[in-house]
Every structure is written in structure tokens, then in C-alpha cells.
Ligand binder design. Structure first.
Ligand code: PGA
Ligand code: ZN
Length: 440
């Protein structure tokens, strides 16, 4: 079964910016994928091709990427006679060859990834299996299916909102749930309790939401955010059954060797790396924080390594690693972190994303699958998370269509697994290393 045609179009993402939509056609049907886009992008990520034609979309158009799919990638895949059932890796390698650059800067990672994802969907349907099953085979995963713990980003700051909070994401994770579905319910209940608490403290206008669906009240310090979250969890009677996670996305406020927590305020609030480390230790001691993501900037290796030496929680590299195997190896060698974020568009193909995840696992790291702040209703990462047995994922708040699309897909997958002969488990407290969980 070969690819008959590849088409693409420019469509809008959740921020109202243009993005790439791809349709791959085979005799089994037409398979669509849409590409996400980050706001706090790391400088080591694969290249996102934008038109920079200022008369349209403020230069954000992706018509060049669309044309690259229509004129270069599509014809090459059709001529190549690839079978998406068995040749995902070959299809992805072919696109990398066509591009010919180390960071996909000729054709655009946004062009290449859209085609890669749509081909995987075509391969899954033609193989008569769900997408998570297809990707699981690609990843060579065996053992029980693992439903991930969702990390809901319920308070937005940084580049994702207009408030004064420097830290980009404050998340809550229902580790004490028994199933994903129960976890989704807990997340939603906490979210709604948080709305009431934010209203009470800051007034109704403060319940406006940021790019990932979380609230963005006029707070500055991380303690204020974690206190609000603690109150919401208590209100729901869920104390002890949830964990918190923080993604400061600190590359965004790192300059000249120091961090500026006031980067969105009139006055700077400068912290040295040592002061940042102390702040993180205090937060971890005071609150049930189980993940710190990008607490240090993407090239502040020294701080990463010094903090990791005594870090007992999950220390995740996002901008630091950019889902790039070279960066992962470098981080391993420098002992900089103990986990990786997995974002397909940071590397640009499904195959390379899976390879990077496998590399991380082989180093004893955990893998945290992630959406981007600019999203679409494409729910591919839900299947990818289950396929990799990654144990945890983040897709923003339990609010906004493009965020809940992924959570809803995960509930569908869980329902499907529940009705099947397959053994499966909710990662729960063991979200970092779910392979160690005994099968229920
Ligand atoms: P981004 O943020 O998608 O805007 O890059 C997400 C993150 O930092 O995890
Ligand atoms: Zn991040």
C-alpha cells in the first residue's frame, strides 16, 4: 500500500497563528495531521519555517512550508513507493535526506513533522490497529500498556500570559487516582475550585486564561501560585492525592549569568543561580513538588549539573535538550538532568522523537511527553504517550478544545484498553518509571 498523494494547507493554531496541516492519501483513505508551535522555544530546536512576509499574519505565515510539502516532499514520497504500514523510519529518513541540513532548516521541521505524523496515521489504519499500537511497535515497546498521569497546567505565566509571574507553568498531577479517567476528573475539579479561589482573592477578571488554558492571576512569586493551588486541592478534599510540577521555562529570563524574575515587570528581580537553587529547594521542601522542568537556562550547564547532584525529584530538560539525541548525550555526560521532555516538533519526525525517547530511557531517565503552547485539535501525542509507556504527559489545563482533545483521546484509549484482553495500568505514583509497576 503506497502513498498516492500528499497535500498541505495553511490553517490556524490555538493562538490564531498560521500552522501546517497535512493530508496523506492512500487507498485506505486520507489521513490528516496538524503541527503545533511553541512560544518559549529553545534555541536548539529544529527549524520552524515561517514566511517572514510582513503583509500577511505579521510574518508568521507558513506558505513556504506548505509549498515544500506540495512540491518537494509529496512527490518524493509518492515516487519512492513507500508503504506507511512498514516504512515509517524510511519515510522519515527520506525527508531528512531531502532536507539535507542538521536542523531541517531547508524544508522546515513544521513541514516534515506534519507529513511524518500523517503517514503514521495512514500506517496505523492500513495495519488495522489504533495509532498507539502502531507507534508502540515502532518504539519496540512490550509489557503492559501504561496510562499516563496527566500534568495539568492550571496557572500560566511567563511567555504564556499577560500577568507578572515569571514562571511559565504551575501544574497539578493526580498521582493518587486509580485510572486516567479518575485523574481527569480530579484535574477538572481542582481547576474549577481554583477558579473560585482566584475570584475570591483577585476578583472575577483575574480568571481570564493564558495560552494553555490555565488561570493567570496578578501574582509574581511561585509561592503565591503554589498557595493558590494548595487551597484548591484542599477545597476538593484531594490533599495527599496530587503532586505539583513547575516549569519556570527559565531560558526566557536568563541573561548575563543571572535570572530576572521581574522580566515582565517594571522593576527587575535578579537572582543568581545559587539563589535560584535555594529557592527551588525551599519550594520542594514546602510543597509536594515532584517535577522541576527547565529550572535553569538551556546553556547554563553548570547550574544544572550542580543542582542535579543532590536532586531527588524529577529534573526535566526541555529547552536544555530540545528532544535532540546529541543534546541528550551531552546532558548525560555532564550529569545535568534525570528526565527529558519529548516534543515531536523540537526534532521534526516521529521516528527521531521515538529514538530520542528510547535513548533517554536507556540512560535510566524518565520521559515526559508534551504538547506546545500553540496547539491544534490534533491528538497525536495522546497515542504517542501510551505507545512509549512514558507514564506522564502534559497538555495544558483541563480546559480549551486543543488541550482537552489530548486528554479526551486518552480517556478513549483507556476505555478501549479496559474493554480488551490487554493488560494495562495507570502510572499513578510511579509515573517516572512505570515499567516497574506490577500488573494489576
Ligand atoms: P512552549 O512552552 O510550547 O511555548 O515552548 C512549553 C514548555 O516550555 O514546556
Ligand atoms: Zn518547558
Amino acid at each position: 500500500m503506497t502513498i498516492l498523494e500528499v497535500d498541505a494547507a495553511q490553517r490556524l493554531d490555538s493562538r490564531g497563528n498560521p500552522t501546517v496541516q497535512v493530508d496523506v492519501k492512500t487507498i485506505a483513505g486520507t489521513f490528516r495531521a496538524s503541527v503545533p508551535s511553541g512560544a518559549s522555544r529553545g534555541k536548539h530546536e529544529a527549524f520552524e519555517l515561517r514566511d517572514h512576509e510582513m503583509r500577511a499574519y505579521g510574518g508568521q505565515g507558513v506558505l513556504a512550508a506548505v509549498r515544500n510539502i506540495q512540491k518537494i516532499i509529496g512527490p518524493a514520497l509518492v515516487d519512492g513507493g513507500f508503504d506507511p504500514r512498514y516504512q515509517q523510519a524510511e519515510i522519515d529518513a527520506c525527508m531528512c535526506r531531502l532536507d539535507g541540513t542538521p536542523n531541517k532548516s531547508r524544508l522546515g521541521a513544521n513541514a516534515i513533522l506534519g507529513v511524518s505524523m500523517a503517514c503514521a496515521r495512514a500506517g496505523a489504519v492500513a495495519s488495522d490497529v489504533p495509532l498507539y499500537e502502531f507507534l508502540r511497535r515502532e518504539a519496540g515497546e512490550i509489557g503492559p500498556y501504561v496510562m499516563p498521569v496527566p500534568f495539568f497546567n492550571v496557572l500560566n505565566g511567563g511567555r504564556h500570559s499577560g500577568n507578572t509571574m515569571a514562571f511559565q507553568e504551575i501544574m497539578v498531577a493526580p498521582t493518587g487516582a486509580q485510572t486516567f479517567e479518575e485523574g481527569a476528573r480530579m484535574g477538572s475539579e481542582i481547576y474549577h475550585a481554583l477558579r473560585e479561589i482566584v475570584t475570591e482573592y483577585y476578583g472575577a477578571p483575574a480568571t481570564a486564561i493564558g495560552d494553555e488554558g490555565g488561570f493567570a492571576p496578578p501574582i509574581k512569586q511561585p509561592e503565591e501560585a503554589l498557595d493558590l493551588l494548595t487551597a484548591a486541592v484542599e477545597h476538593c478534599g484531594l490533599t495527599g492525592r496530587v503532586k505539583f510540577a513547575i516549569d519556570p521555562a527559565s531560558s526566557q529570563f536568563f541573561k548575563d549569568g543571572v535570572y530576572d524574575l521581574g522580566f515582565k515587570c517594571a522593576e527587575p528581580d535578579i537572582r543568581t543561580p545559587d539563589q535560584m537553587m535555594q529557592m527551588y529547594r525551599d519550594l520542594v521542601e514546602k510543597y509536594p513538588v515532584s517535577i522541576l522542568e527547565d529550572p535553569f537556562a538551556e546553556d547554563d550547564w553548570d547550574s544544572w549539573a550542580r543542582f542535579n547532584a543532590s536532586c531527588e525529584i524529577e529534573l526535566v530538560g526541555d529547552d536544555l535538550l530540545a528532544t535532540n539525541p546529541c543534546r541528550v548525550r551531552m546532558a548525560h555526560q555532564k550529569k545535568a538532568c534525570n528526565a527529558m521532555v519529548l516534543k515531536m516538533n523540537q526534532i521534526g519526525t516521529v521516528t527521531e522523537a521515538i529514538e530520542t525517547a528510547r535513548l533517554g530511557k536507556s540512560l535510566g531517565w524518565s520521559v515526559f511527553v508534551s504538547h506546545r503552547s500553540g496547539e491544534t485539535i490534533d491528538d497525536f501525542i495522546a497515542d504517542l504517550t501510551v505507545a512509549l509507556g512514558a507514564g506522564h504527559m502534559k497538555s495544558g489545563a483541563p480546559c480549551r478544545g486543543e488541550r482537552v482533545a489530548k486528554y479526551n483521546r486518552l480517556m478513549d484509549i483507556e476505555a478501549e484498553l479496559r474493554g480488551s484482553w490487554k493488560s494495562w495500568v495507570y502510572a499513578g505514583e510511579r509515573f517516572r518509571f512505570p515499567a516497574e509497576i506490577a500488573v494489576i
